[in-house]
Design a protein around this ligand. Structure first.
Ligand code: CTP
Ligand code: MG
Length: 336
């Protein structure tokens, strides 16, 4: 472990920061794609209400469409809300979309949250939709609040997401890896653990003075009062390059996969035993869902993919820490 570099050289750090900022600006979605998404969402809402009038059906975007971490290749996640419970029949919904010129329609009725997947050839947008799972709107609001607190969160999260997509580490359902949402939680917790911290713990702040919102026995409320956090992370002056390097180092060499649990809700690492997760199945990589704390977001990771993910953290760390790569791999952030 004595070979593990703690920080980059001043030169390396400056270069990485410049490259990171450049890549970030390239990853930001174009106005044109943002516009297509908006029109697509309006179209969904119009078609649904034309077919089933009088049910006050609304289409709420969530995920990267709402959390400021969208890039051109992101899908659109939407939650359809209605008091008309029949619409929760996802297969009926899937048929409806297929009859309205949507393509690649897939109905996943048995999932924890039943969804319908569609692709709209008119706007070239892929979409995952659920009906009445409003919890996803809450955790999206939480992510967005964290992104808005410090200017470094957005570029870091977008670049880590980009890296996960390049390295095929972003397929929870099919690949045994992690969803973007889980990756974002890893970044947030890393930033909460900096000294001094770059991000606060939204669940702990002002918890006495706001109304509780209890779902399944857990208070899902959190502080979203941005004014309270003005300048919060400024005492920490680490650059984006330093933080990106630190992120890879943290999960490559410091985080203990055997005993630690990532907890954004508590702003620290929990132990598997204190959560009772030492006997849990699929507990190779433990990431507590911040609102539904009984859920392990890492439960898609098995022994083999856990090794793969660790290797990828080490590979990225190795590329960034090698002087030989300065101006080469790092220059264009060519991770793949
Ligand atoms: N979500 C969740 N639990 C998960 C995965 C996702 O509650 N295990 C919800 C979250 O509300 C999240 C949203 O689904 O914000 C979208 O998840 P995902 O597509 O993984 O993240 P995005 O931010 O949309 O990233 P991308 O741009 O890659 O689609
Ligand atoms: Mg998404």
């Amino acid at each position: 472990a004595s070979m593990i570099k703690e920080t980059l050289s001043v030169e390396g750090e400056a270069m990485l920061t410049t490259d990171t900022e450049k890549l970030f600006s390239e990853l930001l979605p174009s106005d044109e794609s943002a516009c297509r998404r908006r029109k697509f969402i309006a179209k969904l809402e119009r078609l649904l209400n034309e077919e089933w009038p009088g049910h006050d059906i609304r289409v709420h975007p969530f995920g990267s469409t709402e959390n400021l971490l969208c890039s051109d290749d992101s899908d659109v996640d939407v939650c359809i809300s209605t008091s008309w419970r029949r619409l929760e029949n996802t297969c009926m919904l899937a048929k409806f979309w297929a009859n309205h010129k949507m393509e690649r329609v897939i109905c996943v009725p048995g999932a924890k949250v039943p969804i319908v997947k569609i692709w709209d050839p008119e706007y070239d947008v892929a979409c995952d939709m659920n009906v009445n799972n409003t919890l996803a709107l809450e955790n999206t609001k939480m992510i967005k609040t964290y992104v808005q607190i410090d200017y470094r969160v957005r570029p870091l999260a977008m670049i880590v997401k980009h890296w996960t997509k390049q390295r095929e580490l972003n397929d929870a359902a099919g690949g045994g890896t992690l969803s973007s949402y889980s990756w974002i939680c890893l970044i947030i917790n890393f930033l909460q653990l900096r000294t001094p911290p770059i991000l606060p713990v939204l669940h702990q702040i002002g918890s006495g003075s706001r109304p509780e919102k209890v779902v399944n026995g857990v208070d899902i409320s959190f502080c979203d009062d941005l004014e309270r956090f003005a300048g919060y992370g400024e005492v920490n002056t680490e650059s984006i390059g330093q933080l990106l390097f630190g992120f890879f180092k943290w999960y490559a060499y410091d985080f203990d996969y055997d005993s630690h649990v990532v907890s954004v809700r508590h702003g620290r690492l929990l132990s598997k035993s204190e959560k009772g997760w030492d006997t849990l199945q699929n507990n190779r990589f433990c990431i507590e869902e911040p609102l539904v704390t009984s859920r392990n977001l890492g439960n898609t990771v098995d022994d083999i993919s856990a090794k793969g993910i660790l290797q990828e953290f080490r590979r990225a760390y190795g590329i960034l820490s090698s002087q030989a790569n300065l101006g080469k791999c790092v220059k264009r952030f060519e991770f793949p």
